[in-house]
Design a protein around this ligand. Structure first.
Ligand code: SF4
Length: 360
């Protein structure tokens, strides 16, 4: 049994069932003298019927349910609060984890489907200047099972409406690629045939620019989307916004992105939070276009709201459009991200505007 599937490295802790791949669950059951087909039954209860306790698994023998109660955990998170946007139905959850830590998850409703923004760490230590998640530093990594539970909580909400989660973005609190093993395990779990079957093309992993991890992910040749938080056209500006730029400056980062494209055939998405007077001038748009020239990519422009403690100003709407046009004129594919859940401060996107829920 791979210990990373459990809550901790300690062998005494119960196994978190939502952290197990189908083959691992089968192996564990067989090790306990149960027939392998019980794994399929369990997965059906967990992912299709989406029950929250083993008591409900009525086609499993009582002895097996007792074993599961004793040695495993199904749900480990408790919903503390839920806020729903009156504007667009965006729903923000705050969950308490088994150790008392809390994380946020956001369900966004788009015209093309429902998307869940998943947190991958409690807190974060990357220190991005526009982000509230990093203010208290990193507390711990989340397990794959804890990431999965966030998605399932949203799916249970959608069940009542006959809806389904159609995509997952790993853009909540944390740097997913710093929690590499759990992130990759989660992607396998969420796309598993026996599970929620959210295809790799409907998964987006965001990174602040951890170059070695981008290279490692590229070698896996997954069909997921890689979203890189760029936020600046040069090292001077990016260095002020993102401390990681000191370790991995833009040239190195873009080299790794090119490698990602070459290995996977997937164009990289660059997140660019527009901050008034910092990175939103037209000459900066031209500089950005120059840097990205020839790299198959897409740029997401994200207008940042006023951030009081950082004195970040919002870029005026016309300036946002002018910046977009400047990029497009130079052949860069580009969109301006729609703000979700503005009334509950629950947007999502690796920027402080996306983590305002941490302060709510
Ligand atoms: S933007 Fe992302 S990587 Fe940067 S501090 Fe916030 S959570 Fe961490």
């Amino acid at each position: 049994m791979n210990r990373s599937a459990t809550h901790s490295e300690s062998g005494d802790r119960p196994i978190h069932l939502y952290g197990l791949r189908p083959d691992e669950l089968r192996a564990w059951l067989e090790e306990k003298g149960e027939p392998g087909y019980r794994a399929a039954q369990l997965f059906d209860w967990m992912y299709k019927k989406r029950v929250t306790g083993v008591e409900a698994m009525t086609n499993l023998p009582k002895s097996l349910r007792a074993l599961l109660r004793e040695r495993t955990r199904l749900t480990t998170m408790e919903e503390l609060t839920r806020q729903v946007s009156k504007k667009d139905g965006t729903t923000k959850f705050l969950f308490r984890l088994f150790d008392g830590s809390t994380v946020e998850t956001v369900l966004m409703r788009h015209s093309y489907g429902n998307s869940v923004c998943v947190s991958t760490q409690v807190g974060c230590h990357m220190g991005c200047a526009f982000c509230a998640s990093t203010l208290g530093g990193l507390v711990r990594n989340l397990t794959a099972g804890e990431m999965m539970e966030q998605v399932l909580a949203c799916q249970r909400l959608l069940d009542a409406e006959g809806g389904r989660v159609s995509s997952v973005v790993l853009m909540g609190s944390g740097e997913p690629l710093e929690n590499y093993e759990a992130t990759v395990r989660f992607m396998d779990l969420v796309s598993a045939e026996e599970g929620l079957r959210i295809g790799q093309r409907h998964i987006t992993v965001s990174t602040s620019g951890l170059v070695p991890a981008i290279r490692r992910l590229a070698k896996e040749r997954r069909q997921i989307t890689l979203a890189v938080s760029l936020h600046a056209p040069n090292d001077e500006v990016r260095g002020r916004l993102m401390p990681i730029n000191r370790a991995y400056p833009i040239a190195k980062l873009l080299e790794a992105c090119r490698e990602y494209w070459e290995e996977t055939g997937r164009r990289v998405t660059f997140e660019y939070a527009l901050i008034g007077g910092v990175n939103d001038r037209l000459d900066q748009a031209r500089e950005l276009a120059g840097r990205l020239r020839g790299l198959p990519c897409h740029v997401n422009l994200i207008p940042v709201n006023y951030v009081p403690e950082r004195r970040f100003e919002r870029t005026p709407r016309e300036q946002v459009q002018a910046f977009r046009k400047e990029l497009e004129r130079r052949g860069i594919s580009c969109t301006v991200r729609r703000e979700m859940g503005a009334d509950i401060a629950a947007a999502c996107g690796q920027l402080r505007a996306g983590h305002r829920m941490a302060e709510a």
